[in-house]
Design a protein. Structure first.
Length: 193
């Protein structure tokens, strides 16, 4: 007599998906025991995902769609849609970091510091003097490397922050407490074979 039973491992993979599964097999008395840990998907902060800075063009751009050799973008300043080709020097804001004396700080963290200093409001005007901009930036990030971060870089960061804040695109995920971090640990399930 043949029964239509599915192997426990296969049932488990069907239930939880192969990507989120960590498999561990142990040999125990009486047979093999397979344990599986389910990785909870981390709620990642994608605030800067799809936001581009393009060399030689003012402002920031939001990615609408991607093609083989180009990207359709929308200007956050004007709202106009256009095409950026593969030869354009594009940088996503997610990939940009600020040089400091210890380590590079991601732009997202710099934006958070400005946001907290200004209580969610706009930063200093980029039309301020270069000395005022550097002084303001030193209040936010005192350890920034003054030799490698130029005045033009400081001006860009502050103008980007103000633009994203005006458009309502600065949404920060709350800092996790120790209890919440413990809750994010993978669950373990035991399935015997």
């Amino acid at each position: 007599m043949v029964t239509n039973r599915c192997h426990p491992t296969i049932k488990f993979i069907k239930l939880f998906g192969e990507r989120n599964l960590i498999s561990h097999e142990y040999i125990a008395e009486g047979g093999k025991i397979a344990t599986f840990a389910i990785q909870k998907k981390k709620k990642e902060d994608h605030m800067l995902k799809g936001i581009l800075a393009i060399a030689g063009q003012p402002g920031l751009y939001k990615v609408i769609s991607e093609g083989k050799n180009n990207v359709v973008i929308e200007s956050l300043l004007t709202g106009k849609k256009s095409t950026a080709y593969a030869d354009a020097k594009m940088s996503t804001l997610e990939d940009i970091a600020i040089y400091t004396l210890q380590e590079d700080i991601p732009l997202k963290k710099v934006f958070r510091k400005i946001y907290e200093k200004e209580n969610g409001g706009l930063a200093i005007s980029v039309k301020s003097s270069p000395e005022d901009l550097k002084k303001y930036f030193a209040e936010i990030l005192p350890e920034y490397d003054k030799e490698r971060v130029y005045g033009s870089d400081v001006k860009k960061v502050i103008s980007w922050y103000n633009l994203l804040n005006e458009k309502g695109l600065l949404v920060f995920e709350e800092e996790k407490t120790e209890e919440q971090a413990a809750d994010d640990q993978p669950n373990s399930e035991v399935v015997s074979e």
